[in-house]
Design a binder for this molecule. Structure first.
Ligand SMILES: C[S@@+](CC[C@H](N)C(=O)[O-])C[C@H]1O[C@@H](n2cnc3c(N)ncnc32)[C@H](O)[C@@H]1O
Length: 189
């Protein structure tokens, strides 16, 4: 999605449609955690994550400088000194090895040009035992009013992350339109 889509990411109806607050609760964020929102866009999820993990760090990564500019301006306005924007690229999240406890991906992974390389890069950015929360619109559900191109089936999510070295933990059914699929970086490879 281009940065011209910021108003859509920020729309008021998003809470009732996607239940973003239920998603945030499901993440079980604690003060002091280090977390990364990959493909953060405008920071709709990164900002509340930063509030919940403070004084821990919340990284918001994106490949569009315009998205990062929006996110960083918002962090400044809200005085969130623990929110850091990171310019990623299509192959790499550009985070240090083993630096985060949790990676969040909301409606972003299906957009990646190089999903396998990005998944490997996220695996390395997580500490061993660190978790990924993958959120994608349900391809199996024709009632979800999103184009098929922007949806993923749970089986495909699992296939791709397991192939990249992650261990599937569980799939949480609490969101109305999206899969919330949990993976971890195995402690022993
Ligand atoms: C549909 S938006 C979702 C934004 C945000 N996660 C949300 O739910 O509000 C997808 C974002 O992924 C970003 N993106 C695409 N490929 C990326 C990559 N390889 N690394 C980081 N961000 C990427 C896009 O620039 C876009 O901002």
């Amino acid at each position: 999605m281009s940065h011209a889509g910021i108003p859509w990411l920020e729309r008021d109806s998003r809470e009732s449609e996607e239940r973003t607050s239920a998603l945030l609760d499901a993440l079980d964020l604690r003060p002091g955690m280090s977390v990364a929102d990959i493909g953060a866009g405008s920071g709709r999820l990164t900002v509340p994550m930063a509030r919940r993990v403070a004084p821990g760090i919340a990284y918001g990564t994106d490949i569009q400088p315009e998205m990062l500019a929006f996110l960083e301006a918002r962090a400044r306005t809200e005085g969130l000194v623990n929110l850091k924007g990171i310019l990623g690229d299509t192959l790499d999240v550009n985070l240090p090895e083993g630096s985060v406890d949790l990676v969040l991906l909301v409606d972003a992974y299906h957009e990646f040009d190089h999903p396998w390389e990005m998944a490997r890069s996220m695996l390395h950015a997580l500490r061993p035992g660190g978790r990924v929360a993958l959120v994608e619109f349900r391809a199996e559900d024709p009632e979800v009013p999103i184009k098929g191109l922007h949806k993923m089936a749970e089986a495909q999510c699992r296939r791709e992350f397991e192939a990249a070295g992650f261990r599937w933990l569980r799939t949480d059914p609490r969101l109305p339109w999206q899969h919330l699929v949990w993976f971890e970086r195995p402690i022993t490879p």
